[in-house]
Design a protein around this ligand. Sequence first.
Ligand SMILES: [Zn+2]
Length: 890
Amino acid sequence: MGFDNMANKDTVEQFLDNNPQFAKEYYDKKVKAEVITAAFNNQVKVKEPTSYKDVSALQEAEFIFELVKEMQGTEPMEKALHKILQRIALLIQADRCSYFGCRARNGVPELSTILFDVTHNSPFNINLVNPNVEIVFPTDMGIVGWTAHSKKAQNIPDVKKDKHFSDFVDKQCKYTTKCMITAPIMNEKEPIGVIMALNKQGANEFSKSDQELFNKYVNFASVVVLLAHTASMWDIESRRSQVLLWSASKVFEELTDIERQFHKALYTVRTYIKCERYSVGLLDMTKEKEFFDEWAIKLGEQEPYKGPKTPDGREINFYKIIDYLLEDKEEIKVIPGPPADHWALVSGLPAYVAENGFICNMMNAAADEYFAFQKEAVDETGWTIKNVLSLPIVNKKEEIVGVATFFNRKDGKPFDENDEQITEALTQFLGWSTLNSDTYDKLNRTEWRKDIAQGMLMYQSTATPNDVQTILVNKFGSGPEDCDQKEMYKLANIPEAKTVELHEFHFSDFPLSEFELIKCGIRCFFELGVVEKFKVPAEILTRWMYTVRKGYRDITYHNWRHGFNVGQTMFTLLLTGKLKKYYSDLEAFAMVAAGFCHDIDHRGTNNLYQTKSLSPLAKLHSSSVMERHHLEYSKTLMEDENLNIFQNLQKRQFETVQHLFEVCIIATDLALYFKKRTMFQKIVESIEGIPEEKEKVNYVSNNATRKEIIMAMMMTACDLSAITKPWEVQSKVALMVAAEFWEQGDLERTVLDQQPIPMMDRNHADELPKMQCGFIDFVCSFVYKEFSRLHTEITPMFNGLNINRGEWRALADVHEAKMKAIEDEKKKLQGGDAQGERRCLKSHSLLLILIFALSPGSHCLPHLFLLPVKMAGRQRRVLSARPPGPSEHL
Ligand SMILES: [Zn+2]
């Protein structure tokens, strides 16, 4: 039998009456508004029934038709449902009826009022519950809860005698429930709502026929609710798939930068996440701090971190927040280094989610006792936080890389399980996206490494047997490997330390050839006594020293001569400067070796240039770009057994050497100088206050951190030592440094099409003396002054510096006098003093730049003296990704 044959309304009604099960099943599974429309295409006018007595079967059929019409229209489901509830109230003489919707949050099912206190003639807009005032209770509460839980209709003649009854809602509404009748609305096996009728008028309980009538109308209600439910599920499904689709396309579009990826995905899905705002906090992925960031904590100058940590042990640090404000006009705010009282963080919920990995779905956030959400408006828009859904973004390694928090669903209702699912799908995707990026990143890193390796090959190869033999000759003419090493060096013509003034602070490499400097390098290790102590084979030491030399490129300043000078100064600080007493032989060995290696494979351009020119090195290292490269290069040499001067060390000793190489070489990044100088000064002051010599030594040598800080400052003293050399050396070296800067400036102009800063601009060459004075005053003076305070043996360096300061000042004065003469001349010609003022301004602003550049954390730093910008950094890499495990719920 088909519906199309049933034009007769009575027949329809009769049929539905007699086959409620069929009707329900049919509607449950198949019904579509269009089908029903097609079946009932007659217009039927429904009269407003005046009393239940007037209700006839015909009217009832009319009522059903009206319902059907409403269902296919654009009216909300609640409107049709309201009609049904009114009808029920009328027919079974219930005092009032209500409809509760089922939903789940945090995995817990609950019921909320949707249509409340419907009487046979109460207006819809009064009965429809505003989400702000809905009554919510769990399904283990009350008879309505029990109806949803048991999925069975209930007819309770006296609620006081029913164990499931709860007066929770009665109390809230100041109402007394006596008897009630309820029925669940089911979708397949799950309840999606409960219809309830209260207090039979004119009787104490609902009769059996009331129950039948009630059930009949519940069936109609089911159709209405199911239709709406299907539509909303479809909407959710399509949103879910769109979220995935969009994230996918956007995520795969941008593969290089995780942040941009997150941002793009989140931005694109904003229309599908129906909420007023969301905020994404990105977590610092650093597991271990840089050695220099731990100094202050180890010295007790900074409180160790005591806050919550991620499950994998990271400190919870939201290094950046992206806020999506979608209430009225869209706005996206990126907040690097957000303050702890930022509105999205201040509650502590994102940190909690990052700590536990939970998905947290909270309604009425302001009332929460555990998390202190901002109750007032968070900003000038007057927007306040109501409902919150927060969830972790987890990568493949199950590491939490960020926290996404969604605020205030647009319809005012709390977030439900569908929102949880939709956002979880999104955050999963973001987690996966880090996988892609990571794979890609790894691939690229391999590529970059290859580029770098190729670059290295061009400049460097290990010393050939011939090279080695030029140093290690023996009288029998056989290969060096057959020879006793001590014997060999005796014959090898290694210069005596005294002859070349190797122990002197005023040592100059000028009289020596680059080849002789290799031999001098070897001599340093013999003078230190480490060759025999650590069983360094002569051939290996020779080959290593030769290879280090070859690792330096033939550039204007950062060449082998500079590398050698740093190693030599370290050697001199240790022995002549008597700093050796704080360090073991092994440490001294590593420090001098690191000094020789510290600028290996330098390209004559600074860190900022690497970043700006997108060099492979800048892609590989996010901070201290060049220094990390020098370090890696040096470590690569150690990996080659033919070059490894540390090959006869025990494992622990070898690890110590590797660590010291890191401290020493990274310390030459001048950007870190400003981090360490106060700590260094405090150590010097403390030592000064210790009367006993033995105690002084113990104070340093028994404390690894103090040793590291002094060591790091020694590296700076070595690296800048040219400024302390006799004037005839310094004046030449300064020109070489400047020449290399100018070459970089030329590159910036030609390759990058950028105007170089004055220091690198050869058009400003005549300002060199003034810049040198600034450099001495703001950077160098401190270093040598403090070292002279620490050990008077080091005073020659400070003296040398001061002499050079005088020389540069004199030159600067000459230049300035010349400039002044020129300008006075101009002034005379022009008859005004505008020029003079401008000049004044100019030198004033240079001073400002200097001061600004030298304040810690300043981003101007790299522009000025020497080096690198990217302060140890914000730019973190998230390692990899897999979908998160089963999410835990609160
Ligand atoms: Zn250097």
